[in-house]
Design a protein around this ligand. Structure first.
Ligand code: ADP
Ligand code: MG
Length: 240
């Protein structure tokens, strides 16, 4: 379980996260939505230790990661992250992108790492791309390889930051399909997305953020059909 308590983040003088309080339960899927600049990425980056909060607590499996920086390496193995821009290593083929951390961080043998990489590439429908380099892959394939790379680390939590925003509609569909399959895997999934239909279909809870605050947390049915706040109503109207 991840418990975020009274979390604040300031960049220079600007407060970009203002008193965030939320619990992410094991195995559930959460969709974070909200306008650009509302603090969604910063919240995700705080959750996996890429960004240090100004104050507050993030307790993961009983450990406050904000005040125990030594736990970050272990934490990063538990929490996978997938970015909008894929972040694959350009000079490594799809398999090596996956095996690199398995061998370096998890100390797996090359043979075992390769086998696991193939397994994960198969899971995301990219087993025909094992020796392709990122520049030889479509955007959708790149993102699926990035997902396979995250999955190979066997995380308990996976964070997605607008994973389909750089993709055209066809590729978006194939990536969303892979993500949807993950929702029954037992992993906790937290996804920042502009894909409202996807959020509605797969998430247990919608988290609506605006201006550094969580304004609404509700199951999709309630969020979309009985929107509580004026801010969320306005946001949804603009999405249509
Ligand atoms: P979102 O992902 O919802 O679009 P972000 O979390 O990326 O929002 O950004 C929230 C606010 O924080 C924005 O105003 C952004 O400009 C600012 N911000 C994000 N990262 C930094 C940074 N490294 N330095 C200064 N300001 C930042
Ligand atoms: Mg963002």
């Amino acid at each position: 379980m991840i418990k975020v308590e009274n979390l604040f983040k300031q960049f220079d003088q600007t407060e970009v996260l203002k008193n965030i309080n939320i619990e992410f339960e094991d195995g559930k899927t959460y969709a974070i939505i909200g306008s650009s600049g509302s603090g969604k990425s910063t919240l995700l980056r705080c959750l996996n230790g890429l960004e240090k909060p100004t104050s507050g607590k993030i307790v993961i499996d009983g450990v406050d990661i904000v005040h125990n920086e030594k736990t970050l390496p272990v934490l990063r193995q538990k929490i996978g992250m997938v970015f909008q821009s894929f972040n694959l290593f350009a000079h490594m083929n799809a398999t090596d992108n996956i095996t690199f951390a398995l061998m370096k961080v998890k100390k797996m043998s090359e043979a075992d790492a390769k086998q696991l990489a193939l397994e994960k590439l198969t899971e995301v429908g990219c087993d025909h791309r094992t020796t392709h380099y990122p520049h030889q892959l479509s955007g959708g394939e790149k993102q699926r390889v990035a997902i396979a790379r995250a999955l190979a680390m066997k995380p308990t939590v996976i964070l997605f930051d607008e994973p389909t925003s750089a993709l055209d509609p066809e590729m978006t569909v194939e990536v969303l399909k892979v993500m949807k399959n993950l929702t029954n895997s037992g992993m906790t999934i937290i996804v920042v997305t502009h894909e409202m239909n996807f959020a509605k279909e797969v998430s247990d809870l919608i988290i609506y953020m605006d201006n550094g605050e969580i304004v609404e947390i509700n199951p999709p049915k309630i969020f979309f059909e009985q929107t509580q706040s004026e801010r969320a109503k306005k946001f949804l109207n603009n999405m249509l």
